[in-house]
Design a protein around this ligand. Structure first.
Ligand code: SF4
Length: 492
C-alpha cells in the first residue's frame, strides 16, 4: 500500500496521449505503426515527446546486447517520470519483452506492461485496462482511500502489471493496418513473421517464433489500400522475406510463393516502386533472379546479408552457402539488372574467427564493392549456440576489425555515390530532411538518400534530381524542374 502515498493524478478528460519509441529493424518499425494505429483508432493521441505522454511504450530489439541495454537504460530513466506522475502507463513491447518476459518487472517497479512479438494486436486492450485501473486508483485516492484505509477492489493488485508473451496462431495476420501521415509516399508491409533458419548467432527464432506467412490475397489487399491512400513505394518485410510462404503456399509454374507475391503486388496500378527486405542468400533461386530482371517496379536495390567471407565461419554460423556461391549470386543479380545497388550485413569477431578468416571477409568486401554495408561486432546472445562456442574473440580484436572493415565499406560507398555526381536520378520525395528541415529528402531507386532544396509541396512526388555532390552516405542535388510542376501545384 506504499503506493498510496504517491500523488493522486487523474488523466484529463480528453483521451490519453501515447508515445512510442522503436529500437531495431524495420519489422519493429512496422509493428510500432500497427500499435499506434490501434491506439489512435480508439481516440488516443500520438505525441512526439515522452514528457507529454500518459502512455509510454518502448518497442524493443534483442539482436545485440547493446540494443537490450539501450531500452533497459531508457526505461530505468523513465522511473523518475513515474515518481512524479504515477498514473503514466509504461510498457515494453517486442523482442526483448518476448525474450525476458516477467523477469523485466523485477528491477523496474514502474513497468506496467510486457507484451511479446505475437501480441501487438492486444496492446490497445491492455493499455486501456491499465489506464482505467490507474485512474480508478487515483479517484479512490482523491476521495479518501488513503494509507490505513481498507483494501479497495482496484488496489488488489497495487502494481497493475500485465505480461503477455504467449504464442498466438495467426498473429502474422494481425499486422495489417497503419496510419499514414499527409503525403506519405512510402510504407512497409509485413508479409511474414519468424524464422526457421537457426543461424547460430541469432536470437530471432526465439523472439519471433517459427515462420508464418500471410496469404497473397491479404498482402495484396493491404498494398492496394495503401496505394489508394497515396503510397507510391512499398517495402515487403520479413526476417527471411524471399522464403515467404514456403511451408504453406505451393509453387506454381516453378515459381516460389515469394515470386508469385511479387508478381501479384507488381500488378497494382499506381504502385511505382517495390522493395523487399531482408532476404536470405539461399532464397535467390532462378525464379527470383528472373523476376528482378523482368519486373520494372522492383527498385534497383537488394540487401543480401553476407555475414562472413570465410567458409569455415559461414559453416559455423549455420549459413548454408559459401563465399564462392555468394559472389556468383551477386554477379548474377548485377548481370540481369544494370546499375542495381547491393548492400549487406557483416559480422566480425564471430567465435573462432582468426586473422586469416577476417582477411577473407575483408578481401571479399573489397572485391564486391558494396553500395553500403552494416558491420556488426559479434554480440553473444543467450541460449544461442554461438554464445557457448569456444574461442570467443576478444573485444579489442572485434573493435579493430570493425573499424578496419568500416573503412573499406565507406570507401566503396563513397565511390558508389560519386558515380552519380553530374547525373539526373529519379527521386521519390519523402518530405523535409530530418537533419536539415530547411531542405527536402528523398530516395533514389537504388535507395540512396538525396537532399535537395524545394517546396514541401513536392513531398510524395517522383522527380528528377541532378546530383551535384556526394558526401558520406548522402547525395546533394537540385531538382530538374519537371514539366509536371504545374500539375503538382494543381493537385496540392
Ligand atoms: S536467417 Fe538467420 S540471421 Fe536471419 S533471422 Fe533467421 S536465424 Fe536470424
Amino acid at each position: 500500500m506504499a503506493q498510496l502515498a504517491r500523488p493522486c493524478i487523474i488523466f484529463a478528460l480528453s483521451m490519453p496521449k501515447f508515445f512510442i519509441r522503436t529500437y531495431g529493424c524495420q519489422m519493429n518499425e512496422r509493428d510500432s505503426e500497427q500499435v499506434a494505429h490501434s491506439l489512435m483508432a480508439r481516440g488516443y493521441e500520438r505525441v512526439a515527446k515522452e514528457a507529454e505522454a500518459d502512455v509510454v511504450l518502448l518497442n524493443t530489439c534483442s539482436v545485440r546486447d547493446m540494443a537490450d541495454q539501450k531500452a533497459l537504460g531508457k526505461m530505468g530513466m523513465l522511473g523518475r517520470v513515474a515518481k512524479e506522475r504515477p498514473n503514466v502507463v509504461f510498457g515494453f513491447l517486442g523482442c526483448m519483452a518476448q525474450a525476458q518476459g516477467e523477469s523485466l518487472l523485477k528491477n523496474l517497479p514502474h513497468l506496467d506492461l510486457v507484451v511479446g512479438t505475437q501480441k501487438f494486436h492486444r496492446v490497445a486492450d491492455y493499455v486501456e485496462e491499465l489506464v482505467a485501473k490507474k485512474n480508478a486508483r487515483a479517484r479512490q485516492c482523491e476521495s479518501g482511500w488513503g494509507p490505513g484505509a481498507p483494501p479497495s477492489p482496484a488496489m488488489d493488485d497495487p502494481r497493475f502489471s500485465i505480461v503477455d508473451i504467449a504464442e498466438e496462431p495467426g498473429s502474422q495476420e494481425t499486422i495489417r493496418e497503419q496510419q499514414l501521415t499527409p503525403r506519405q509516399a512510402t510504407a512497409f508491409v509485413s508479409i511474414m513473421q519468424g524464422c526457421n533458419m537457426h543461424c547460430t548467432f541469432c536470437i530471432v527464432p526465439q523472439t519471433r517464433g517459427p515462420e508464418r506467412s500471410r496469404s497473397i490475397d491479404e498482402v495484396v489487399r493491404e498494398v492496394r489500400d495503401l496505394v489508394a491512400r497515396g503510397v507510391k513505394e512499398v517495402t515487403l518485410l520479413g526476417q527471411i522475406v524471399n522464403l515467404y510462404g514456403r511451408h504453406g503456399i505451393p509453387k506454381i509454374d516453378n515459381k516460389s510463393p515469394f515470386v508469385q507475391l511479387l508478381e501479384a503486388v507488381h500488378q497494382i496500378d499506381g504502385l511505382e516502386r517495390l522493395r523487399f527486405t531482408s532476404p536470405h542468400p539461399i532464397g535467390f533461386r532462378d525464379d527470383l533472379i528472373n523476376a528482378i530482371a523482368r519486373l520494372p517496379k522492383l527498385a534497383e536495390h537488394v540487401h543480401v546479408p553476407l555475414q562472413s567471407g570465410s567458409n569455415k565461419i559461414l559453416k559455423s554460423m549455420h549459413r548454408a552457402y559459401t563465399a564462392e556461391k555468394y559472389v556468383d549470386l551477386v554477379h548474377r543479380i548485377r548481370q540481369v539488372r544494370k546499375g542495381i545497388a547491393i548492400t549487406t550485413d557483416i559480422i566480425v569477431g564471430f567465435p573462432g574467427e582468426t586473422e586469416s578468416d577476417y582477411k577473407l571477409t575483408r578481401d571479399l568486401v573489397e572485391q564486391i564493392q558494396f553500395d553500403n554495408a552494416f558491420v556488426f561486432r559479434y554480440s553473444p546472445r543467450r541460449e544461442t549456440p554461438a554464445a557457448e562456442m569456444q574461442e570467443q574473440v576478444e573485444e579489442p580484436v572485434k573493435a579493430e576489425r570493425n573499424q578496419d572493415l568500416l573503412r573499406v565499406v565507406n570507401e566503396s560507398a563513397r565511390r558508389a555515390g560519386e558515380r552519380l555526381v553530374g547525373r539526373d536520378v529519379e527521386v521519390l520525395c519523402e518530405g523535409r530532411s530530418k537533419t536539415n528541415p530547411a531542405r527536402l529528402m528523398g530516395r533514389t531507386r537504388t535507395n540512396k538518400i538525396v537532399v535537395f532544396e524545394g517546396d514541401e509541396i513536392l513531398a510524395g512526388e517522383i522527380l528528377e534530381v541532378r546530383i551535384q555532390q556526394a558526401n558520406g552516405f548522402s547525395l546533394y542535388g537540385t531538382p530538374v524542374l519537371p514539366t509536371s510542376c504545374a500539375a503538382i501545384n494543381d493537385r496540392a
